[in-house]
Design a protein around this ligand. Structure first.
Ligand SMILES: O=C(CO)[C@H](O)[C@H](O)COP(=O)(O)O
Length: 251
């Protein structure tokens, strides 16, 4: 599935809404749900809140960012604080890129650390995505890293040695200041262009002192809903995409 060049902002918003609507239909009473971050996770949270308020759906949730937590509060989703033993039946989150094996690049919204924590504490990670996110090979989207501020210069050296062209992310509201994660760390976007061996790169990145987390999510996603135009497809690792309407429950 590839996005036509002419995909407009409103077409993309419609695809994100379709993916989110599909995922919301698979949430069941009693589930503990991880709430993702970004412009595809946001409509999922809003629609989930609607089911809680108007449909009597009983769920509890934990959000992967302050922004998603604030939205969840606004729409009436009961929230759980982190605690020992807490696991999630389902986490629904977006992605910046996904390939046919459901390997992901995440962190475009700067929430990669909490996103990976919640994904790892989940029995089922479901990705919701518009058609521009599906790629043959990861790496066109710059790979985000969350970095301890003190370590920044050495992390930049190390990533450059791996061929990643690192760029410190700046604050969109104040471009003279670096962007900060919810944890107060820095974000470095690494332009690899092509990541031919994501497992090897992930292993090399995670041992660099000062990198708290990287945005490669490998072996975590169980399925993805990828919307293109008015069609939503279910992607699962190593399986042919299938129309989402064929599934009345989690695929
Ligand atoms: O990883 C993320 C945030 O850290 C998002 O899931 C990713 O950036 C996709 O966002 P969107 O749905 O807005 O395109």
């Amino acid at each position: 599935m590839s996005a036509p060049q002419s995909t407009s902002a409103s077409d993309l918003a419609a695809e994100k809404l379709l993916a989110a609507t599909t995922a919301v239909g698979w949430v069941r009473d009693g589930m503990r749900v991880g709430l993702g971050t970004g412009s595809t996770a946001a409509p999922f949270i809003t629609l989930l809140g609607q089911r809680v308020r108007e449909g009597g759906l009983r769920i509890e949730a934990t959000a992967t960012s302050r922004a998603s937590e604030e939205l969840a509060r606004q729409v009436g989703i009961p929230l759980l604080e982190p605690r020992r033993g807490l696991r999630f039946d389902l986490t629904v989150d977006g992605a910046d890129e996904l390939d046919a094996q459901l390997r992901l690049i995440k962190g475009g919204g700067g929430a990669l650390l909490r996103e990976k924590i919640i994904a790892t504490a989940s029995d089922y990670l479901l990705i919701v995505a518009d058609s521009t996110k599906a790629v043959g090979q990861l790496g066109r989207f710059p790979l985000p890293l969350e970095v301890v501020p003190f370590a920044l210069p050495w992390v930049i050296d190390a990533v450059a040695n791996l061929g990643g062209a690192p760029v410190l992310r700046m604050n969109k509201q104040n471009p003279l200041e670096p962007a900060q994660s919810d944890q107060g760390n820095l974000l470095v976007d690494c332009h690899f262009q092509q990541i031919s061996d994501p497992d090897s790169l992930a292993a090399q990145l995670i041992v660099i002192p000062g990198i708290v987390e990287h945005g490669l999510f490998l072996g975590l996603a169980r399925a993805a809903v990828v919307a293109q135009g008015g069609q939503a497809q279910v992607w699962r690792p190593g399986q042919a995409p299938a129309p989402a309407e064929a599934f009345t429950a989690l695929p």
